[in-house]
Design a protein around this ligand. Structure first.
Ligand code: SF4
Length: 917
C-alpha cells in the first residue's frame, strides 16, 4: 500500500512502469499521465465515464475475468495493469468487428475519412467488418430515414452512428439541453430527438459540440461539405471573432479560401463552441466584402479610389479641421472587434497625431459601468476570476446575464457545476434558460436591481451571514453601507422590484451560505442610468460575504464582444491611456509624451454619446470610425443619424458596407480577423495570439497598417517594421498590466495565452484578482440608494421595453446576418411580449406589431411567450430594418456615461394602427 494521507497520491504499475497519480484518478487517467495511450470511443474528459463501448479494456492482475474498462475503473494502489497484450488487442478487435458489422464501409466517400476514430482503430487493430458471419454491412447501403439534414447547420446520418453516446451526454451533461437521447431497444436503438422530430424542431441549439465529439461521420457540418476531407485542407487555429469568451477555433483553408470551421482545443473553451463559433464564418468569403477604398464624389455617390488618393484626402481633411477648429473638433471610435495592437495604434493616432482624447468605442455602451464601478470598489474594472474555476463553485448568482445565449461556453461550465450540485440563483426579468434551470429565480422589474441587491444584503446582515472577518481585514466604508441597508428590509425591496420578500430571503441565504459563490453579470446590470450603482451594489454583496479574491468565486462581468476587454485595456477610452493610466495624471502623461514624442492633452475627451451630441451641436466636425456601426448599436438612432449627417467629414473603416459607412465621406476596406495577426483579450483577461488564415480581399488592409500609413501623412510617424509583435513590445513597455506580454511568450505552451496582470517577462499571469489585497488596497463599500430608470411607463407609453442579444446573431448583425446558416435560422427581428399585452395591442403570435417610443417607431413581428411579465417586452437589437435602438433612450449614467439601453417606455399597436405602419 503506497497511498499517503499527506498527499493522497497512490502508485500503480502500468506496462511495467511505476505511475503515481492522485487518489480518485481512473486507470485511463493514470495511463494518460504516464504517456500511455489507451483507445476510447465513448469516453471524453468532459463527460462522466460510462464504460459503454469497451474499447478501453485493459488487463489487470487479479481482476475478475482479467479485463476491466480503464475509463470507469478507479486506479488502486499496487494495481498491475497491462494495456497492450494479445488478449487486450483481441478483445478490442472483437469490439470493432461488432461495430463495423453494422456500419457502412463507405470510407471512400465519407467526409470524415482521415479524421475518424473508428477508421483509425480499425486500421490499428486490423478489423475489417467482415469477420462476423452473416452480419457484414451491405456496401453503400442507404437508409434515407436515418438521415436528417433539415436544419441549417449539420447533417445527422444515423447509419454511421455507433451508439457510443458521446453526443447524448455532451448535450445533457455539458450544455444542459438534453435535445437527443437513445430511443428504442436492442437492434432498433438509435439516437434521436424527443418523439423523433427533425432536429430543427427539437430543443437543439446547434452548438455543434456533438459534431466535435462524435468519433465517426454520423454528424457532419453542412458548410464545407464535399469541399475536401481533413487531409485536403489546412486547419488554422484562431480566436472566435464574436463574444467575449474568446474560444479557440480552427478555420479550414483550402486553395486560399476558408471552406469550413471546427472547434479547437483552447485554454478558455476546451474545445466547446456555440453555434456562432462553430458555423458562423462563411461571411469571410462573402462577395459583399469591401475590397477597395471608396470616396464620396461631387455627385454624392461613393466611387472607387486608390489608397493614396483616399488616405491623402483623409489626412488633408483631418489636418484642415484640426487647424481650423482645434484638435477636439475631431473624434474617433476604435473597436471591440479589432486587435489590441490596432486599438493601441488608433488611440495613439488620435492622441499623438491629432492631439485629442476624443476616443471611445462600443464598450461605453456595454461595460462602461463595470470599468468605472469595479475600479471604485476594487481598483480594477475586470472579471475577477477565470471561467473554468466555476466548475468548483458552490453557488452562482447570475443577474442581468442571459448566459446561455450571450456567453454559451461559460454557461456550459456553470451548467456542469450545477449538475454536480452547485446552487443557481438567477435574477432576470425574463424566464431565460438559466431561470428555468435555477434553484431560485428572481423576476425583478427592469431597473430595480439596486433595491433587490440591497434587500438581499439586508437579510445577510440581519441573519448574521456576513463575513465580518473579511469586512474588517480587507475593506473600508462598511458602516455607511450598513446604515443604508437598514432602509431596505426585504418587504421594501419586494415592493420596488416585484420579487416576493421570501424569495429575496431565500436567495440571500443561499448565496451567503456557499463556500465559494460566483456572481456573473452582464449588460442587464450595466446598461442603465444606474449602471455604476448596480455594479457597486454587486461588489458590496461579494465583499460582504468574503467572495472576492478567492478561487471559484468573485465578481464576473461577462464582456459582449471578443476584444472589448482589450480595447479598454489599450486606452480606447477618453480618459485613459493604455492600462487605465490617466490622461490627467502628469506622470502618466509624461511617460507617453516621451515615448510618442508628442505633446498630449491632459483633458479627458468625449464619450460616444457626448461625441454624437457635440457633432449635432456643431462642436465636433469630423469623426473617424474603425470597425463600429453606431447606426445600429447606439440608442436613439434618429438622433445618431442626424449627428453623423451634420459632420463635415466622416471616415469609416470596416469589412462590409454598414448602415454607418453608407453615410461616410471616405470608406476604407479592412482585413477581418481571418486575414491578419495580433492579439485579443477575452473576458477572463486572457491575451491570446492568433495569425492569418487567408489573404484579405482585394486591396483591404489590416486596420493597424491603415492607421500607421495615415499617421505618417498627418506628420506623426508610427513605423513598426516588426509588425504587430513590435507594437505589442511598445504596449508592454508602457503598460504595467501587460509588462510581461510579448508575441514570443504568447506563442509558447500551445498558445495558452497570458492573463493580466502580467507585469514582467517571468510572471505567469493572474487567474484570479485581489488575492490577499485589492488592487486599490482595501475594498471600498458604497452606500447605494435605489433610483428608478430615467423613463418609466405612463398612460401614453404604458409598457417597458428591454433590449439585448440572442444566441444566433452578434451585435449589429454585420457578420452573422451574412452567414448562411445563422441568417436563415433567425432571419428577422421580433418583440417578445406577454399574452395580456398582446391582447391589449390586438395582436397574436406571429402578427406584425408597431412599437413606438418617444424617439420613434418600428414595426416588427410579435412573439407571444409566457416567460415575461405583463407590462415588459424584449427586443433583440441586431436587426437594422426594425432596429430596437430607434426606440431606446440615450439618457446616461452620470459617472460611466453609459446609456439606458435596458429600459424605455413604449406603446404597442397592431401594425397598421396609427396610420403609418
Ligand atoms: Fe465564439 Fe463566444 Fe460562441 Fe465561444 S461562446 S464560440 S467565443 S461566440
Amino acid at each position: 500500500m503506497t497511498t499517503t494521507a499527506a498527499t493522497n497520491m497512490l502508485k500503480l504499475t502500468i506496462n511495467d512502469q511505476t505511475v503515481e497519480v492522485a487518489g480518485g484518478a481512473t486507470v485511463l487517467e493514470a495511463a494518460l499521465a504516464a504517456g500511455i495511450a489507451i483507445p476510447t470511443l465513448c469516453h471524453h474528459p468532459l463527460l462522466e465515464p460510462s464504460g459503454g463501448c469497451r474499447m478501453c479494456l485493459v488487463e489487470v492482475d487479479g481482476a475478475r475475468g482479467g479485463l476491466i474498462t480503464a475509463c470507469s475503473t478507479p486506479a488502486v494502489a499496487g494495481m498491475v495493469v497491462r494495456t497492450n497484450t494479445e488478449r487486450v488487442r483481441t478483445a478490442r478487435r472483437d469490439v470493432l468487428e461488432l461495430l463495423l458489422a453494422e456500419h457502412p464501409l463507405d470510407c471512400l466517400t465519407c467526409e470524415r475519412t482521415g479524421s475518424c476514430d473508428l477508421q483509425d482503430y480499425a486500421y490499428e487493430y486490423g478489423a475489417d467488418g467482415k469477420t462476423i458471419a452473416g452480419a457484414a454491412y451491405p456496401p453503400a447501403a442507404v437508409r434515407p430515414d436515418m438521415v436528417d439534414g433539415t436544419n441549417h447547420f449539420f447533417v445527422r446520418d444515423l447509419d454511421k452512428c455507433i451508439l457510443c453516446g458521446r453526443c447524448v451526454k455532451i448535450c445533457a451533461e455539458v450544455m444542459g439541453y438534453g435535445a437527443i437521447d437513445f430511443v428504442s431497444r436492442g437492434a432498433q436503438t438509435k439516437v434521436t430527438t424527443s418523439f423523433d422530430v427533425p432536429i430543427e424542431q427539437s430543443s437543439c441549439v446547434f452548438c455543434g459540440n456533438c459534431i466535435t465529439i462524435c468519433p465517426t461521420g454520423a454528424l457532419q457540418p453542412k458548410q464545407g461539405a464535399r469541399q475536401g476531407r481533413s487531409f485536403q485542407y489546412d486547419k488554422v487555429r484562431t480566436v472566435c471573432p464574436y463574444c467575449g469568451v474568446g474560444c479557440s477555433i480552427n478555420l479550414h483553408v483550402r486553395d486560399g479560401r476558408v471552406i469550413g470551421s471546427s472547434a479547437a482545443e483552447g485554454p478558455s473553451n476546451r474545445k466547446l463552441l456555440c453555434v456562432k463559433g462553430h458555423f458562423g464564418h462563411d461571411w469571410i468569403q462573402s462577395p459583399e466584402r469591401l475590397s477597395t477604398p471608396l470616396i464620396r464624389g461631387e455627385d454624392g455617390e461613393l466611387r472607387e479610389a486608390s489608397w493614396d488618393e483616399a488616405l491623402d484626402l483623409v489626412a488633408r481633411r483631418l489636418v484642415e479641421i484640426r487647424d481650423q477648429h482645434g484638435p477636439d473638433a475631431i473624434g474617433g471610435l476604435c473597436s471591440a472587434k479589432v486587435t489590441n495592437e490596432e486599438n493601441y495604434v488608433f488611440q495613439r493616432f488620435m492622441r499623438a497625431a491629432l492631439g485629442t482624447n476624443n476616443v471611445d468605442h462600443c464598450a461605453r455602451l456595454c461595460h462602461a459601468s463595470t470599468v468605472a464601478g469595479l475600479a471604485l470598489s476594487f481598483g480594477s474594472g475586470a472579471m475577477t476570476n477565470s471561467y473554468w474555476e466555476f466548475e468548483d463553485s458552490d453557488a452562482f448568482f447570475i443577474i442581468g446575464s442571459n448566459t446561455t445565449e450571450t456567453h454559451p461556453v461559460i454557461a456550459a461550465v456553470v451548467e456542469r457545476a450545477r449538475q454536480r450540485g452547485a446552487t443557481m440563483i438567477v435574477a432576470d426579468p425574463r424566464e431565460i434558460e438559466f431561470a428555468a434551470r435555477a434553484d431560485i429565480w428572481l423576476q425583478q422589474a427592469p431597473g430595480s436591481d439596486v433595491a433587490l441587491l440591497n434587500g438581499m444584503m439586508h437579510v445577510i446582515l440581519a441573519e448574521g451571514l456576513a463575513d465580518q472577518e473579511f469586512i474588517a481585514a480587507r475593506t473600508e466604508g462598511f458602516s455607511e453601507l450598513e446604515a443604508k441597508l437598514a432602509e431596505y428590509p426585504p418587504e421594501r425591496a419586494a415592493e420596488i422590484s416585484g420579487v416576493p420578500a421570501e424569495d429575496i430571503r431565500r436567495a440571500a441565504r443561499a448565496y451567503a451560505a456557499a463556500g465559494s459563490a460566483a456572481i456573473l453579470y452582464s449588460m442587464g446590470i450595466t446598461q442603465h442610468t444606474t449602471g455604476v450603482d448596480n455594479v457597486r451594489s454587486i461588489a458590496n454583496l461579494a465583499m460582504m460575504t468574503g467572495n472576492v479574491g478567492k478561487y471559484a468565486a468573485g465578481v464576473n462581468p461577462l464582456r459582449g464582444q471578443n476584444n472589448v476587454q482589450g480595447s479598454c485595456d489599450m486606452g480606447g477610452l477618453p480618459g485613459n491611456f493604455p492600462g487605465y493610466q490617466l490622461v490627467g495624471n502628469d506622470d502618466h502623461r509624461a511617460k507617453f509624451e516621451a515615448a510618442w514624442e508628442a505633446e498630449l492633452s491632459p483633458t479627458p475627451g468625449l464619450t460616444v454619446i457626448e461625441l454624437l451630441n457635440a457633432a449635432e451641436a456643431g462642436q465636433v466636425k469630423a469623426v473617424y470610425i474603425m470597425g463600429e456601426n453606431p447606426m445600429v448599436s447606439d440608442p436613439d438612432l434618429t438622433h445618431v443619424e442626424e449627428a453623423l449627417r451634420s459632420l463635415d467629414f466622416l471616415v469609416v473603416q470596416d469589412i462590409f458596407m454598414t448602415e454607418t459607412s453608407a453615410l461616410a465621406d471616405v470608406v476604407l476596406p479592412s482585413a477581418s480577423y481571418a486575414e491578419k495577426d495580433g492579439t485579443f483579450t477575452n473576458s477572463e483577461r486572457r491575451i491570446q495570439l492568433f495569425g492569418p488564415a487567408v489573404a484579405a480581399p482585394g486591396q483591404a488592409r489590416a486596420d493597424w497598417e491603415i492607421i500607421c500609413d495615415l499617421a505618417g501623412r498627418v506628420g506623426h510617424e508610427m513605423n513598426y517594421p516588426g509588425g504587430t509583435a513590435e507594437i505589442m513590445d511598445e504596449i508592454a513597455r508602457l503598460t504595467p498590466l501587460y509588462g510581461g506580454v510579448s508575441h514570443a511568450r504568447l506563442a509558447e505552451h500551445d498558445r495558452r495565452g497570458l492573463q493580466w496582470p502580467c507585469p514582467d517577462a517571468k510572471h505567469p499571469g493572474t487567474p484570479f484578482l485581489h488575492a490577499g489585497k485589492f488592487s486599490r488596497g482595501l475594498g471600498q463599500f458604497a452606500a447605494v440608494e435605489y433610483r428608478p430608470p430615467a423613463e418609466v411607463p405612463d398612460d401614453e407609453y404604458p409598457v417597458v421595453l428591454t433590449t439585448g442579444r440572442i444566441l444566433y446573431h452578434f451585435h449589429t448583425g454585420t457578420m452573422t446576418r451574412r452567414s448562411a446558416g445563422l441568417g436563415a435560422h433567425v432571419p428577422e427581428g421580433y418583440i417578445e411580449l406577454n399574452a395580456r399585452d398582446a391582447a391589449d395591442a390586438g395582436v397574436g403570435d406571429g402578427d406584425m406589431v408597431k412599437v413606438t417610443s418617444r424617439r420613434g417607431s418600428i414595426t416588427t413581428r410579435a412573439r407571444v411567450i409566457e416567460g415575461i411579465a405583463p407590462g415588459v417586452t424584449f427586443m433583440p437589437f441586431h436587426f437594422a430594418e426594425a432596429a430596437a435602438n430607434v426606440l431606446t433612450n440615450s439618457a446616461l449614467d452620470p459617472t460611466a456615461k453609459i446609456p439606458e439601453l435596458k429600459v424605455c417606455a413604449v406603446r404597442l399597436e397592431a401594425a397598421g394602427a396609427g396610420g403609418d405602419a
